[in-house]
Design a protein around this ligand. Sequence first.
Ligand code: C5P
Length: 230
Amino acid sequence: MRDLPIIALDFDSEDHVLDFLDQFDEPLFVKVGMELYYQTGPALIKKIKERGHDIFLDLKLHDIPNTVQKAMEGLGKLNVDLVNVHAAGGTEMMKHAVKGLRKYNETTKIIAVTQLTSTTEEMLHQEQNIQTSIEEAVLNYAKLAQESGLDGVVCSPLEAKLLTKSLGSDFLKVTPGIRPKGAAVNDQKRITTPEDAKQLGSTHIVVGRPITQSEHPQESYTKIKESWLS
Ligand code: C5P
């Protein structure tokens, strides 16, 4: 898995994705989410891989353990670099996810979504009935993910420091909510710069619109990459 900013390919068609990728003549690390995968399926994954890019397949599986295990067997055959599940599915589900993934695949990393960044503390208390801070809820899920044999979590960079302290620096902290200085915030609420994310302990950053919606995607990517790697 490359140590590059992960570009969120939030496009609605294969043509848009391939046009976007055509602008780059270097290997990238890209994220394919539900919007794209549910329309294009494994065929697009194969095409992106053929171009030599790393892939985070962000499908956030959450179902009964047996179903997730069988789904992961299928995803394992795609040989992407990173996949994920919802930690809220529980330790049994996460262990079965690892088992399924490993049936045909030894290398793909698997991480858990802790709390979505769209979840507010009020929602946590009122709707999920979890009476702690978001940070504590994230740490709890991250501990369960580690105990279940997962490689890391998706979290906010603002939580990464706490997770590194409790779970070690090797445990992956893949963090969206990244904005370079001066970039549009869009609908992200709690954001950090690539430099700050690294400082806080993110092991990988996910960046979408600051690159995909930029007038000069390649230039915007290069700047973000340099800030991240510096
Ligand atoms: O465009 P932007 O940089 O905000 O994109 C961030 C990407 O990360 C999107 O694909 C979004 O769905 C994803 N994401 C997120 N927050 C999470 C999990 C995933 O923003 N907690």
